[in-house]
Design a protein around this ligand. Structure first.
Ligand code: PGA
Length: 268
């Protein structure tokens, strides 16, 4: 796992955008897109680079991480609507190459299997963008999720429903979702997790420095060959090896490249 420490949420977005831009400029790419507050500065920076620096997403295929069960794609709070509103609708990524699990499918179990197979058929995800829940979830893989799980139907944790209640003023937060599994996420060629804010600090500590455990699903990234974790100071504040992460980062930054992580410059 590579830890990148930033001064602000904007800087987090800038560093994540650098990694994504480098891959997208290489040619056709498959991106895994997270929704939620965490990747917002990343998407805003990518939109800016699209508008001002000719960064094109015309050769990108995108798969979202998850979707609420029961919501049709056109529902304002579906993740299909959310990702179009926050990112895809502002760049030249062709809408027919944006895929989300269909939350209102008649057979959710079959839909989950179909979605997982569609990711594989597209050649797998090149870069998976991730946030982390305060309870350590990634996607909607709540604590106790199998570390080898595939895309499937999950019951949302009470804490997750409470976190997301602000988007459902009528109080009708869905109870079920479809989410890429931890095994699915682990197959992405590169995982880029962004986190900011003190309410993420305990989960970030468990993910980076705790044991690999289904109790903190994000800790599965310790088993990922190419995972980058980009943090603002508040999200990083409970890490115990901060001096080491800072040293490694300074060394890499001084050289203007990442010699200990040469794969960041290579096709993923
Ligand atoms: P957030 O959610 O980015 O809105 O904080 C992250 C998550 O719950 O996965």
């Amino acid at each position: 796992m590579q830890i990148i420490l930033c001064e602000s949420a904007e800087q987090v977005g800038g560093r994540a955008a650098d990694i994504i831009e480098a891959r997208v400029r290489q040619g056709p790419a498959v991106l895994g897109l997270a929704t939620g507050g965490s990747p917002r500065t990343t998407y805003q920076e990518l939109i800016r680079r699209h508008r001002e620096e000719h960064l094109s997403f015309s050769q990108v295929t995108a798969f979202t991480l998850d979707e609420y069960a029961g919501l049709p794609p056109e529902h304002e709070q579906s993740y299909n609507s959310t990702i179009r509103r926050e990112f895809v609708g502002h760049v030249d990524l062709p809408l027919e190459k944006l895929f989300t699990p269909q939350g209102d499918a008649a057979d959710l179990v079959a839909e989950a299997d179909r979605y997982d197979a569609a990711i594989t058929a597209a050649g797998g995800v090149d870069i998976q963008v991730l946030g982390i829940g305060a309870n350590g979830h990634i996607g909607f893989n709540e604590p106790t999720s199998s570390l080898v799980s595939r895309t499937r139907v999950k019951t949302l944790a009470g804490a997750t429903r409470a976190d997301n209640a602000r988007f459902f003023p009528a109080g009708d937060v869905p109870r079920l979702c479809l989410t890429q599994g931890l095994g699915t996420i682990r197959e992405a060629k590169l995982a880029v997790l962004v986190a900011m804010g003190e309410n993420k600090a305990a989960a970030v500590h468990a993910m980076v420095e705790g044991p690999v455990s289904a109790h903190c699903p994000a800790s599965v990234l310790q088993m990922h060959r190419r995972a980058v974790v980009i943090l603002d100071p508040a999200a990083a504040c409970r890490l115990t090896l901060l001096d080491y992460y800072r040293d490694a980062q300074e060394f890499n930054d001084q050289l203007g490249q990442t010699p200990t992580r040469p794969w960041l410059q290579q096709p993923v």
